[in-house]
Design a protein around this ligand. Structure first.
Ligand SMILES: NC(=O)c1ccc[n+]([C@@H]2O[C@H](COP(=O)([O-])OP(=O)(O)OC[C@H]3O[C@@H](n4cnc5c(N)ncnc54)[C@H](OP(=O)(O)O)[C@@H]3O)[C@@H](O)[C@H]2O)c1
Length: 207
């Protein structure tokens, strides 16, 4: 497959790239700093910013599927996910590319989570109001599209080694599921792409 990847220089993104290349896909990755990505057979790195709609449109134009592991980093762009999400949806829709799998955050939906405690429901959305607002807006943009989208709502991200086994639940984390390794988020996204499941689905991922 020809895959377009955003956030490939990130901590989830590095695993997405490695897995995609290992599986023999042709990968185009958008990066603000192309030098952050090691050269590899099958990988084309395109310099650009995800907030630039032209750069994103060019990236996705020839893809069979698009994977995004974007996250705000460095100079904070409070609406990075929403702006990039809008660019991705517009670019894919224009080019007729259908499959989109992107990283989202379970925490942003905690207020409606039937299993979350009252205290955390009160505190978390206040502490993380801006990033959560960005996540909510990004998901709304993606869900309003006609694309075959999947939003992967990660629980707290950790850098531990991948296990390759985790629990997946629609909308909210599985009971007592509080964390997931970045490598396992990438593992799930690769499986989702290959198996073609969770289309037009939102799911949360945790151990
Ligand atoms: N932290 C948590 O516990 C938690 C929990 C649930 C969900 N999440 C979600 O996980 C995601 C972050 O995952 P992560 O830890 O793998 O992120 P990360 O390591 O911070 O990587 C973020 C990636 O986004 C890229 N990026 C940022 N702004 C960009 C721009 N304007 N144009 C192009 N690329 C840009 C970065 O590129 P550069 O190399 O150029 O900076 C990098 O590749 C976020 O969407 C967040 O909502 C986090």
């Amino acid at each position: 497959m020809r895959l377009a990847v955003l956030g490939g220089s990130g901590r989830i993104g590095q695993y997405i790239l490695a897995s995609a290349l290992e599986s023999g896909h042709q990968v185009s990755a958008l990066a603000r700093r192309p030098e952050a990505l090691a050269a590899a057979g099958g990988l084309t790195v395109i310099r650009g910013d995800a907030t630039d709609r032209h750069a994103v449109a060019d990236l996705v134009a020839d893809a069979d599927a698009v994977l995004s592991a974007l996250g705000p980093r460095g100079v904070k762009t409070p609406d990075l996910l929403a702006t990039a999400g809008s660019n991705i949806v517009a670019g894919m829709s224009k080019a007729g590319v259908r499959r989109l799998i992107c990283v989202s955050a379970a925490g942003a939906f905690i207020q409606a989570d039937p299993d979350a405690g009252m205290l955390v429901k009160l505190i978390l959305p206040r502490v993380l109001a801006k990033p959560f607002a960005d996540v909510l807006q990004m998901e709304a943009i993606v869900a309003a599209s006609d694309l075959d989208w999947t939003t992967v709502r990660a629980t707290r991200l950790v850098n531990s080694r991948p296990v390759g086994r985790y629990r997946v639940r629609p909308d909210y984390p599985p009971p007592s599921g509080g964390k997931i390794a970045r490598a396992d988020v990438a593992h799930f996204m690769a499986a989702c792409l290959t198996e073609g499941n969770w289309v037009r689905g939102r799911l949360a991922l945790a151990y």
